[in-house]
Design a protein around this ligand. Structure first.
Ligand SMILES: *[C@@H]1O[C@H](CO)[C@@H](O)[C@H](O)[C@H]1NC(C)=O
Ligand SMILES: *[C@@H]1O[C@H](CO)[C@@H](O)[C@H](O)[C@H]1NC(C)=O
Ligand SMILES: *[C@@H]1O[C@H](CO)[C@@H](O)[C@H](O)[C@H]1NC(C)=O
Ligand SMILES: *[C@@H]1O[C@H](CO)[C@@H](O)[C@H](O)[C@H]1NC(C)=O
Ligand SMILES: *[C@@H]1O[C@H](CO)[C@@H](O)[C@H](O)[C@H]1NC(C)=O
Ligand SMILES: *[C@@H]1O[C@H](CO)[C@@H](O)[C@H](O)[C@H]1NC(C)=O
Length: 371
């Protein structure tokens, strides 16, 4: 809270000094988003279809809102859909769908995307398979390739993107998951955090140099509570679990990532005072629901997936959501996890509102615009 107040005050002062206050945007006219599956609106299905089996393009994906699969890894809308709705913008088309109308924005996020370039994981034998080339720098390249069709000046903020909202993330979950799955220890996974955070910070700087003025940088959710990780890293040692039943070490690395990312965002604000860089907390909204399921209408076992089959967490890698015969729960809004990895639409809405209005963003997106 105090941080937010200081932040707003600095901007008030700056606007006073530079006299741009009256020109400050009250709303966003477009959105450009980079990230992974948490906000994918169809890119993974397009990119993966000829290469690897895809299930998120099958029912019951999309059952709650669209009524059919859309390539979103949820039963309905993802976080950026709720943010777009808030500003009266259309749902963002997936960049790889070659949509002809991107004047109000486009989504570059792809499921499975890492912050660090994919060659790093392959060269260091961290993954036993070939990764799709969809990391953060590749997504930035897609944006920069489209940029001339959106903007013909090299002018910074206040130029073409002065009323555009950018989102960089979440990134990091896939980076760390690959390393966890290579059976590395907590200390080893931790040792990659500075590299991941630095990669995200460099991307934010590159976007600012491309003219971005408003950038939301989400942290990592508590993936140590996700049905996939709970199943794949199952432990016989009760000490590995917290009181809710989440994996301590996995969440501890996520929190370390978030702390370092937040500090790094603070540093970027100092270096680019004309840009509004918002840290979005993806950890505490999920944690709060998992800790108080009843006050959120979550009536299920909070660590079980809605759509899946069997085991302690209703998730089995050989029979995942979207495969024939795998069914969804009757009321996805009563669950946190939709398919073992991704959240239900109800959770996505709660996170989006927390980023727009607070308390889960510093500063909340709506107060960043009004300052
Ligand atoms: C989009 O355009 C590219 C380049 O022309 C093409 O290779 C690709 O197949 C198109 N994708 C879709 C989904 O139409
Ligand atoms: C793109 O969409 C905007 C708003 O929806 C509309 O004003 C514009 O005419 C569209 N452009 C094209 C080329 O369809
Ligand atoms: C991924 O794509 C980028 C940009 O097109 C390219 O520079 C890079 O070499 C590719 N990486 C791999 C591992 O294929
Ligand atoms: C920028 O210039 C290019 C090439 O002249 C043109 O194709 C494009 O439509 C222009 N973009 C905008 C946003 O005006
Ligand atoms: C990780 O450890 C598990 C259990 O010991 C083993 O089954 C699995 O093959 C290991 N995976 C890798 C990538 O080494
Ligand atoms: C996972 O699903 C496969 C395929 O249906 C099944 O053979 C296997 O027994 C299941 N594993 C567990 C642990 O339930």
């Amino acid at each position: 809270m105090e941080l937010t107040l200081v932040f707003s005050f600095i901007f008030l002062l700056q606007d006073f000094l530079s006299g741009v206050s009256s020109a400050s945007p009250r709303y966003f006219t477009s959105m450009f988003t980079l990230g992974d599956s948490y906000i994918d609106t169809g890119n993974f299905v397009i990119m993966a279809t000829p290469v690897i089996p895809v299930w998120i393009d099958k029912p019951p994906y999309g059952m709650t809102f669209f009524g059919h699969p859309t390539g979103r890894p949820s039963d309905g809308r993802v976080i950026i859909d709720f943010i777009a709705e808030e500003f009266g913008l259309p749902f963002l088309p997936a960049s790889l769908s070659n949509s002809s109308n991107i004047s109000q924005g486009v989504n570059f996020a792809v499921g499975g995307a890492t912050a660090v370039e994919v060659g790093f994981f392959e060269r260091n034998d961290l993954v036993p398979f070939k990764l799709l080339n969809n990391s953060l720098d590749v997504q930035l390249g897609w944006f920069e390739k489209l940029r001339p069709s959106l903007c013909n000046t090299t002018e910074g903020s206040g130029g073409c993107f002065g009323k555009s909202l950018f989102l960089v993330g979440e990134f990091g979950v896939n980076d760390y998951n690959f390393i966890w799955m290579a059976n590395k220890t907590e200390d080893e996974v931790r040792s990659y955090v500075p590299k991941v955070v630095k990669t995200i910070a460099l991307a934010v700087e590159r976007l600012i140099n491309d003219g971005a003025a408003y950038i939301v940088v989400p942290g990592n959710p508590p993936i140590g509570c996700s049905p996939t990780i709970l199943t794949l890293r199952r432990s016989a040692n009760a000490m590995d679990y917290d009181r809710i039943g989440c994996l301590r070490a996995v969440n501890s690395v996520a929190r370390y990532h978030n702390t370092l990312l937040r500090v790094t965002v603070g540093g970027l604000r100092g270096r680019y005072p004309h840009a509004r860089i918002i840290f979005a907390d993806f950890y505490n909204p999920i944690r709060r629901i998992i800790e108080n399921p009843n006050s959120f209408g979550v009536v299920s076992d909070v660590l079980k997936a809605c759509c899946g089959t069997g085991g302690a967490y209703n998730w089995n890698g050989s029979a995942v959501c979207g495969m024939p015969g795998v069914v969804a729960c009757r009321n996805p809004a009563a669950y946190v996890s939709w398919d073992g990895v991704h959240y239900t639409e109800a959770i996505n809405r709660y996170v989006a509102k927390g980023w727009l209005y607070g308390p889960y963003a510093d500063p909340p997106i709506l107060s960043a615009m009004q300052h």
